[in-house]
Write a protein that binds this ligand. Sequence first.
Ligand code: FAD
Length: 440
Amino acid sequence: MGLRSGAEYIESLKKRKPNIYCLGKKVDNVLEHPVLKSTIATVARTFDLAKNPKYEDLLTVESPLLGGERVNRFLQPFFTVDHLVKRQHQIRFLQRQLGSCALRCTGLGMVNSLWETTYQIDEAKGTHYLDRLKDWLKYIQRYDIYETGCMMDVKGHRGLRPSKQPDPDMYLHIVERRPNGIVVRGAKASQSGPAISNETAVIPSAYGHDEADGPYAVAFAVPTDEKGITYIMQHNTGDALAYTGDDRDLGNPRYGGGFGSTSLMIFDDVFIPNERVFMAGEWEFSAAIVRTMGLMARMWQCGCRPALMELLTGAAAFAAQANGVANAAHIRSKLNDMTIHSQTAWGLALSAAYQGKSSPSGSGIVLPDSLTINVGKYRSVEGYWECCKLANDIAGGLATTVPSFKDYDNPETHGWMEKYLQANPDVPTEHRMRIMRLIQ
Ligand SMILES: Cc1cc2nc3c(=O)[nH]c(=O)nc-3n(C[C@H](O)[C@H](O)[C@H](O)COP(=O)(O)OP(=O)(O)OC[C@H]3O[C@@H](n4cnc5c(N)ncnc54)[C@H](O)[C@@H]3O)c2cc1C
């Protein structure tokens, strides 16, 4: 089949019938949904960019599983240091293009952590999970599947492990074993993108302690509209603008939805056929998969946040110009600080990749340097919040209080907004309002 275009990805969504709820109503058409439509456009753009020959080396990679065919980099495990390095460039590039989460990193995290752990289980127990995983990987690579990843169980009482919870469903678990598969029940919280993806891969989120945690040690892949799966979409103040505002009120109307796609994902006795089960009861290996997935998450956060910080720096510089203070010494110093935050995190992201080493397990996977990527993740999060603070400081109060574009378009209020929301006459009022929304 080869690499899909954005249009082909969107076409694939039309064939699915996932069970989604939002704001008290069932969502029948994700393509028309006010929040999801820009989320879908974000993912579609990642497909289109990967098909562009200009970005072939950055966004695609030769797959040894498909005899060297080029596949999307989001679907290929890390077998070399070069894979790690290009991966960091890939996510920084996409973040720069989209100004938003690309929504596909969790799937890549799953591909790597599942490879590493299925290898370890097979070595210890003589199972054949890695062969199954390879068959699945060939499928998702060949059909260029949009795969998301679920790790975060709802977790119930945080002080209690899975098998000690008063309600056994607080961590996803096996409720029935059949000759041809397993049945699972539970829920995953804060999942990015599953309602608009083709498939989701699921792993445990808690370390196993003994046999009692066995049913919770479960990993599998499942189509996102499988019978028994329900999504309850997030709703927050950012999303509210998508329902009430003008497109210009969204800051990043085309792709900003990358941050608006999470759901509470409920598995109400869902059947998973054996071919897609990659772990079923091996509680001794839950810790290994959680650790590897943790490394993967640190890696993508450290790789993408520098680009978000760059975006904020550019937006803050423009806001300063719109406000008429671009040359003030303290503004220039703050913009310098923002650049230092983004470049420090990016340096650590690259350093961790270049120091990558073959996993000690012998699985063939190459992992980023653990200490560097942990420090990098810390720096990227701290730096990001610092950049948010500085961007808001530079932009001023309007970044929080700017009125809606619906009022800007209303003839009764337009004149006042045009007059009183202008600062530097060289920058049109509308542009000043829009940059404030982007920073918001
Ligand atoms: C926008 C967004 C997108 C996300 N996308 C995904 C995704 O695609 N896939 C995915 O798997 N996950 C995803 N997540 C989930 C994310 O990984 C979790 O939210 C995160 O790991 C924290 O878990 P939690 O929300 O349950 O917080 P909690 O675990 O409840 O943490 C809250 C606080 O309690 C503390 N705490 C928790 N347990 C203990 C304990 N036993 N002892 C002492 N202190 C404790 C924590 O340190 C923290 O300070 C996403 C989250 C967000 C916000």
